[in-house]
Design a protein. Structure first.
Length: 364
């Protein structure tokens, strides 16, 4: 016969009972575990399906395994499942829950904040390396649609353009190491037919439009000096009479009779001596274009060997009678070269006292 045990119940005193009755009272549901009120670990001694070691049926509100934890916190991370009024967005792993470190780009919302796992900077756009449009997912100020801050080396709007090429013409600003002399579209004039060029039309590869005051090709040259001879076009306030030829400008040495006014003095290229008459070798009337005092307007200086008046006459026949005046080489001189009626070819008039035929005898 099994020994008896002394069982003391609160307010009922003590009574001697059999061992079997004793055990039955400690484990009423006969699940092999004593009730908690008798020092055991069966949290519900009325239900044999609730006891230590029993598989827990999660989210039914019953602690089947008597572990004492929340039936809505399957992963045991201290947070109830979001489907059951908690804030744990994945109750199958303790690595996911509010306050957990976020592991970016693994496809899981580790910290359960509801944000995209591919949007680290929280700007509302997923990272570009993971299918999104955000070209820098570490900076919330960088994403598609952001305002571009030019010349800071960052592509804030994720357009993929050069941050030093504001006007988008393919050339970086010369103020930031490039060679574009106008990279600011804000300087552009209002759109107009045939209006001045905009910033994206001004760069080293642009075609220069001369005399508009704009350096389209950014070469730094004077826009009013097309031939680059350091003299501005005379048609635009300068002194260069031919701005297409660098060999033509004020100060150039004149090359006479080539039809080009190389020194831009405005004088005829066929009037070398500058007397106002072109050379007769080039259709003019000046018989000696090296001497300024020899021209059709000059007075004849007789007997100097020159045709000063360019009339084609003999410089030693002042009276034009066909006979030269007395010279050392003239064997038949005109003894009076101011009177055409006195010369060696005349007949002597014996009735006068004039030697008409220059033979030295006025009578014969």
């Amino acid at each position: 016969m099994r020994p008896v045990s002394l069982l003391c119940l609160w307010l009922s005193g003590c009574a001697w009972i059999s061992q079997g009755e004793y055990d039955a009272r400690l484990d009423q549901d006969d699940d092999g575990f004593h009730a908690e009120q008798f020092g055991g670990d069966d949290c519900d001694d009325d239900d044999p399906g609730i006891r230590p070691g029993e598989p827990d049926a999660w989210y039914d509100g019953v602690d089947q395994d008597c572990a004492g934890n929340s039936d809505f916190d399957q992963d045991g991370d201290g947070f109830d499942a979001i489907e059951h009024g908690g804030d744990d967005c994945d109750d199958t792993t303790p690595l996911v829950g509010p306050g957990a470190p976020e592991i970016w780009y693994d496809g899981f919302d580790t910290d359960c904040d509801g944000g995209s796992d591919f949007d680290q900077d929280g700007d509302g756009q997923d990272d570009g390396a993971h299918g999104g449009p955000d070209c820098d997912d570490t900076d919330p100020m960088t994403h598609q649609g952001a305002s571009e801050v030019w010349y800071d080396g960052k592509d804030q709007d994720c357009a993929g353009g050069n941050d030093f090429d504001r006007d988008g013409d393919g050339f970086s600003s010369d103020a930031h190491g490039g060679n574009d002399c106008d990279d600011d579209p804000s300087n552009d004039p209002p759109a107009a037919e045939g209006g001045p060029p905009t910033a994206d039309q001004i760069h080293p590869a642009a075609l220069e439009v001369w005399y508009d005051g704009i350096d389209q090709d950014c070469d730094g040259a004077d826009d009013f000096d097309q031939d680059g001879d350091q003299a501005r076009s005379a048609d635009h306030g300068g002194t260069d009479c031919d701005d297409l030829d660098s060999d033509v400008r004020p100060g150039k040495t004149e090359i006479w009779y080539d039809g080009v006014d190389r020194d831009c003095d405005g004088e005829s290229d066929f009037d070398k001596d500058g007397d106002g008459f072109d050379s007769d070798d080039y259709g003019g009337e000046d018989c000696d274009d090296d001497l300024q005092n020899v021209n059709p307007d000059s007075d004849e200086a007789w007997y100097n060997g020159r045709d000063d008046a360019c009339d084609g006459g003999n410089d030693y026949d002042q009276d034009g009678d066909g006979y030269n005046a007395t010279t050392p080489l003239n064997s038949s001189p005109d003894c009076n070269d101011v009177d055409p009626l006195i010369n060696p070819g005349r007949s002597e008039n014996p009735l006068t006292s004039v030697d008409e035929n220059c033979n030295g005898n006025p009578l014969t």
